[in-house]
Design a protein around this ligand. Structure first.
Ligand code: DC
Length: 218
């Protein structure tokens, strides 16, 4: 059994690298951000401001997030509905960041993440995996890159998909999400003391993957 925690800010390439590591080791990859995104999507559908703790608390019992795997790929379910595509929409990124600051939301999702990690070998990516979800994990990595590089990567990705996007907006969104994620009171984004720090600004995805694979305590 192995658990690998990869934390870091938005757009650092965590999910790409986590998937590549999981594939090499033939284990699961758990995208914990997708779970917060599903909660954010539910709030928006209900017309609720994800920042409003009182309103979020009221709808929380109605939210059932689940993950399952089809050919090794994570499918994220919101009350049984496959929302894997919708949660990638731009407006959901902000909603997820906003809703994730509420303690009750985190406790609900962290409980699921711990249960999955306890029974399966898995690479988890997120913000608080090494600091809060799995503090005793023996393989912790903190992956980051400069804001400029992260915005450029996102810009390229969206352009390739043919989506409308503006570089300055993406750049500012990243700064805002970094601020949100590092400044919330409960389980904020923070490098764990025992995590290996990786700045991927000048590294390819394969280099980051191999760097991680070489440093695993298996
Ligand atoms: O990794 P992502 O961009 O899909 O995550 C969306 C938001 O969810 C992110 O801005 C903060 C939140 N999140 C979190 O608080 N804790 C996690 N473990 C994963 C994501």
């Amino acid at each position: 059994m192995i658990n690998i925690a990869i934390d870091g800010p938005s757009g650092a390439g965590k999910s790409t690298v986590a998937k590549a590591v999981a594939e090499k080791l033939d284990i699961l990859y758990l995208d914990t951000g997708a779970m917060y995104r599903a909660c954010g999507l539910y709030a928006l559908r209900k017309g609720i401001n994800p920042e409003d703790e009182r309103e979020v608390k009221k709808i929380l019992p109605e939210i059932n997030v689940d993950v399952l795997y089809k050919n090794g790929t994570q499918i994220t379910l919101l009350n049984g509905e496959d929302v894997s595509m919708q949660i990638r929409e731009h407006k959901i990124s902000k909603a997820a960041s906003d809703i994730s600051k509420h303690k009750q939301v985190r406790i609900k999702l962290v409980d699921m993440q711990r249960k999955i990690a306890a029974k399966t070998s898995v690479v988890l990516d997120g913000r608080d995996i090494g600091t809060y979800v799995l503090p005793n994990c023996k393989n912790k990595f903190y992956l980051t890159a400069s804001v400029k590089v992260r915005a450029e990567r996102r810009f390229k990705e969206l352009k390739e998909k043919g989506a409308e996007c503006n570089f300055d907006t993406l750049y500012n969104d990243i700064i805002q999400r970094d601020y949100n994620d590092t400044h919330r009171d409960f389980a904020p984004l923070k490098q764990a003391d025992d995590a290996v720090f990786i700045d991927s600004s000048n590294m390819t995805k394969e280099q980051v993957r191999d760097y991680i694979l070489e440093r695993l305590n298996i």
